[in-house]
Design a protein around this ligand. Structure first.
Ligand SMILES: Cc1ncc(C[n+]2csc(CCOP(=O)(O)OP(=O)(O)O)c2C)c(N)n1
Length: 359
């Protein structure tokens, strides 16, 4: 696949087009039933995202970075990973976190400003969200290199935006990954903007995918609104990584329909026509069209699915809103695996301060 789509020639992988037509010759190893399951996942992510947005508007959640428009790249790539692979997310990966099995309650907690939402269960290999832009590709490469040295049969994947590719750390990570043939997948969600800065002001390269060439490995541009393309490209990059073939850069060309975060007003820098044009390439609708055409998705089924999903989401919100407040020790506990003597001293000082305040 990688060889067939050369970013330098402007070639891009697309399996399912905006009208829901599937190119059979490019179809990954997914049955229609499995595609239906993945469609349900993407629909769920859209609903979850919508809920987060409305909670924020009601003052029940802090600042939130919406995913709408980018769900296909997230659900498609995450579903192609193995259980033991490590994920390094940025702040716009609600779909990835959900697909990897981070409990909904924790995803919601995080955005409510509770750091316990960043921890995740021990058997879910997702690192905490990186809010600093572009610093985490280095972590993903380090973890991949460690896995290679330990001969573990896993890869790592790091998610970031087009803006992150202007950070020095991204280039150091790419270089290091190429030199050490680390089993890592760089998954760039090129959603056309870094807040208000358009993609063309980010780099003079024609594509982001081609940046991989300079570092000695393959890069591919995919239709980021096509779940099947994301699945196919990630699956292939993973197989390559596990076979000792080193890193891959995937550029998923997509668009965020909403604001950068709930603190942003995109009308200041984007035209309505541009948004409408991208909405005609909606990642959810094309899958819906494909499945409806096959007789695998009807309005009644969607109605039932939506009702159940809403219930599940509401339950998680309720759990997040009613959880007991964190204990003071947590502030000190998570910096190192063992608390250092200085931290222990600070904790005891802080406890003394609190009890003095109470008395
Ligand atoms: C190192 C660093 N610089 C600046 C910021 C402020 N900031 C937050 S998000 C963002 C834009 C990121 O754009 P991109 O990488 O394209 O990802 P997107 O938000 O589009 O998903 C910036 C500049 C930050 N969080 N970290």
């Amino acid at each position: 696949m990688m060889e067939r789509f050369d970013p330098l020639k402007g070639e891009m992988l697309r399996v399912l087009d905006a009208e829901g037509r599937l190119e059979e010759s490019l179809r990954p190893d997914l049955s229609d039933e499995r595609i239906r399951e993945l469609f349900q996942e993407i629909l769920f992510v859209r609903m979850l995202d919508q809920k987060a947005l409305s909670l924020q508007r009601q003052g029940r959640m802090g600042t939130y970075a919406p995913v709408q428009g980018q769900e296909a790249g997230q659900v498609g790539s995450a579903s192609a990973l193995g259980k033991g692979d490590f994920v390094f997310p940025s702040f716009r990966e609600t779909g990835v976190l959900y697909m990897r099995g981070v409990p909904l309650r924790e995803i919601i907690l995080y955005w409510m400003g509770d750091e316990r939402g960043a921890k995740g269960p021990d058997d879910v290999f997702v690192f905490p969200i990186s809010v600093p832009v572009g610093t985490h590709p280095l972590h993903a490469v380090g973890a991949a290199w460690a896995a290679k040295l330990r001969q573990e049969n896993i890869c790592t994947i790091v998610y970031f935006g087009d803006g992150a590719t202007s950070e020095g750390d991204f280039h150091e990570a790419m270089n290091f990954a190429g030199v050490f043939q680390a089993p890592v997948i760089f998954f760039c969600q090129n959603n056309q903007y870094a807040i208000s800065v358009p993609r063309k002001k980010q780099t003079a390269s024609k594509t982001i995918a081609q940046k991989a060439i300079a570092y000695g490995f393959g890069g591919i541009q995919i239709d980021g609104n096509d779940l099947l393309a994301a699945y196919a490209a990630t699956g292939e990059a993973r197989e390559k990584a596990l076979a000792g073939g080193g890193p891959t850069l995937i550029e998923a060309v997509t668009y965020r329909f909403g604001p950068h975060t709930t603190a942003d007003d995109p009308t200041k820098y984007r035209k309505e026509e541009e948004i409408e044009e991208w909405k005609s390439r909606d990642p959810v609708i094309r899958l819906q069209k494909y499945l409806a055409g096959k007789g695998l998705w009807e309005p009644k089924r969607e109605e039932v699915f939506r009702e159940e999903a809403e219930e599940k989401i509401n339950r998680a919100v309720q759990e997040a809103e009613t959880i007991a407040p964190p204990v003071v020790e947590d502030i000190f506990r998570y910096t190192y695996s063992q608390m250092t003597p200085v931290l222990k001293e600070q904790l005891s000082d802080y406890r003394a301060f609190l009890s003095e305040k109470e008395s």
